[in-house]
Design a protein around this ligand. Sequence first.
Ligand code: ASP
Length: 442
Amino acid sequence: MKKITVAKFGGSSLADSNQFIKVKNIIENDNSRTIIVPSAPGKSKNEKHKITDLLLMCYQLASHNLNINEVYQFVEDRFKSIRDDLDINFDIEKELEKIKVNIISNPNSDYTASRGEYLNALLLASFLGFEFIDSSKLIFFNNDRTVNYEYTNNAIRKEDIKNKKCVIPGFYGRDFDGKTITFPRSGSDVSASVIANGVCADLYENWTDVNGFLAADPSIVNTKLIKKITYTELRELSYMGAEVLYEDAVFPVVKNKIPINIRNTNDPENDGTMIISDDDNLSTTPSITGVAGKKGFSVFNISKTKRSEDLTFIRKLVSVFETNDVHIEQMPSSIDSVSVVVPFNEISSKQSKIIEEINIYCSPDSITIYHNMSLIAVVGRGMINVKGSSAKIFHALSKENINVRMISQGSSEMNIIIGVVEKDFENSIKTICKEFNLTEDA
Ligand code: ASP
């Protein structure tokens, strides 16, 4: 059976005509790359603006009955220059004019934002000699803006894109009334994942402007590229702040275990990072895959003698945070006390109200609060098999005189969350990376 790769190219990969040439070479280098999903042109050395941002500006102007000409001109110039530089035989003016009329006559943010992907896909299809297939024929959204997989997968099957060489714009689809609906910003990653799932692709390639996931934030420590990471590890790291792939992009491909390969359009020889299914072979994996973290947490320490015997205590405590719209990040507990770790920005204006309510509902012996906490997630599927990983982490931190204020291990045994004060945040990440040979110069 022929191999099918869905290749998604991000905004920086298609920012100008030079990037278009790189993309064409990449596609022609591997004949399994038959389904191409582009973003709208993004920023580059020469281009200061993302097309989507400019379009959304046009929407704002039009919805206030203001003139969009000046801003829309940038959009027109950008697409025309790509077309002209590459000698693409395509009447982009006609499309641009039609879209302009629609934006002015009936301003709609989803429709307007989606036109960057639409126009880019038209140009790319023409440049590659591939068929253009509009995503509004393929991706169906429910009223709550979730993807309707039944209709979407049927439409993908009916269009037979498995057997075509085609370009499908990222970022949008339609609802059941035919209206354009977009994913959240950066959502072309999700579009490509939905399409990869719909055709049961062998591989989903996500081409961007970095080589893949680094083991930690490069602004803190010079770390190695992660060659393989599982879906769950990726979730854990993204949740704690690591960015490359849009967070929700893994969900559509998980069930069919389609691997996602992050690749660099500007360095196509690099194999990038492979995101694989959780039950892939674990035997050769290092114990720690990556380290990520966030600052800006506050900790409520609530003590009550014999609190563990009061079956209603935790429920009441959690409901205080729930009714105040505060997310609980971690909740380590002991026999007579519970700590609740929450984002500071969610409690800053409600602190005394929350304390008052805890006092009323939970009758604790004492409540103390401290701020400026950071959380660090040390993530690795290999930890399950390797003894002593946590001992190694804590020994290394103590050698550096770093006081660990909180420890929690995820139920997947794949992550250890450590709380340290913010001033120790960067040094903790560096220390852990060094201890596990994740630094580039190790
Ligand atoms: N063009 C859209 C954005 O800038 C979607 C995407 O690039 O994935 O957010």
